[in-house]
Design a protein around this ligand. Sequence first.
Ligand SMILES: C[S@@+](CC[C@H](N)C(=O)[O-])C[C@H]1O[C@@H](n2cnc3c(N)ncnc32)[C@H](O)[C@@H]1O
Length: 325
Amino acid sequence: MERDWKRSVGGSAVSHIHYSVMKNEALKWLAPQKDNALLVDGTLGEGGHSHAFLEAFPTLNVIGLDADSSIQEKAKARLAEYGSRMKFQNIWFDDFFKTTQEDSVHRILLDLGISVFHYQQSQRGFSFAQEEKLDMRLNPQSGESAWDLVNSWDPDDLANVIYKWGEERYSRRIARAIQAARPVNRADELADVISRSVPPAYRRGRIHPATRTFQALRMQVNQEMPRLQRVLQEAFRSLEVGGRLGIIAFHSLEDRAVKQFFNHLHRDCLCLPEAPRCTCGDVHRGMLCFKKPLIPQPEEVGENSPSRSAKFRVIEKLIPQVDMP
Ligand SMILES: C[S@@+](CC[C@H](N)C(=O)[O-])C[C@H]1O[C@@H](n2cnc3c(N)ncnc32)[C@H](O)[C@@H]1O
């Protein structure tokens, strides 16, 4: 899932470049139901969603998380005017929620993936068009980089990652071509190696032949799926009764994980799925705020075309935390 569609949101006076997806839907379904409530924006980025919430709800307090300290600096500058209503933490979202008190947070928003900042300004090799060193870490201080994977991993392991996270059907031949071309230092070099390794018809396809491989490497480097699996449990645990968790996903694997987790919370009793509260005496922990995921309105897709792959789901917590099976 490439997300380099985010357009500039202003002229030279505006330094943020990320288009916040499904902002109106997030404001509607995650609107606080009390004064002085807490929203945790688990994927702060340049702060677009947080900004909208702080503007719309004058007593709301927000904690904004991001694994990437560089983008968080941009959000800090943008949101400085909100003073103590806005707090920041440079942390992975799953690590944050692991330590929050249970039944304590009113609203949580996760807008998964990366920002246009990463493609255009981070210089970490997220975009296959750039002459940048391969890195792709959101937190460049720790963990294996894309360079490490590409240049030192066994080709079978590399192929498995490209297949698993990128759903790339030419994963094996791409991994072999990478091995033969080592060292592969820059993003544009890697894109070139990939392009030359796939059949000509695939090269002329709808998307660049390196798109899926780049996505897979980024997901592996940042452990995106394992972190999502962990944060689902921990974020829901942190919600107070009546609290809501809203997630915008762009990748089918991510949306499937969210859907399965939410459905499990919603269906875990004998009551009809339509029932607002459990009356069967069985454990019923969450209520889906709507059955099918919301998708962007045609106007939003017209304005910001790749937002078309966004899916937004929201669950509300119904009872205090009980041990998960
Ligand atoms: C799609 S952008 C969010 C954009 C933001 N909602 C806005 O409107 O400006 C996702 C952000 O979350 C961060 N991020 C991604 N995965 C993360 C994780 N597991 N923990 C913390 N931050 C993460 C990325 O660094 C990126 O800045």
